[in-house]
Write a protein that binds this ligand. Sequence first.
Ligand code: VGL
Ligand code: ZN
Length: 212
Amino acid sequence: MTARRPLPERDVLIIVDVQNDFCPGGALAVPEGDSIVAPINRMAQRFAHVILTQDWHPANHTSFASAHPGRKPYDTILMPYGSQTLWPDHCVQASTGAAFHPRLDVPHAAAIIRKGIHPDIDSYSTFYENDRTTPTGLVGYLGERGLSRIFLAGLALDFCVRYSAEDASAHGLEVVIVRDCCRAINVNGSLDQAEAKFSEIGARMMTSQELV
Ligand code: VGL
Ligand code: ZN
């Protein structure tokens, strides 16, 4: 891609969960999670369409290990909607941990999709909750605006970014992963599984240097 040529009108950048709790010092810190903030800010300037997502759980959310006596973070349990990794309490609605990283600077973002708001179900994908059927409305939002190619950046590569990519691809959207603008949690083989999924769905890998 030639530098500075305007991106096609159908392109949208989705910045996933760049929140304090997913950065070093946070409750569910992703290694180097904060290192993606500066390149994301730079790259976002090239996009006319930007959407932010925000993990946004009620206290006692079912994805928290603390809600399951005898369980600890990173255990896996079976929920009515399938298998669920249990997490430390994180991104509790309106807490400092749930706030965007203070250096995230994307004032032209047009929408914020909040996910994981229902007490009894987790949500990684920014399109569907983990039952894979309860929608967030993002498919309709993108469709109505004619946005058909999504660039994904953020945290965590092996959870929210991965499931967002899968759902987007299932809806016929073209998916680009901006690899240097993502970081992974990497628990129980999740990073390898995510990479395998990305190639299975034909997601394109790019770097932010190719975009700025
Ligand atoms: C996420 C674990 C728990 C994510 C959210 O956004 O990737 N991961 N909640
Ligand atoms: Zn969460």
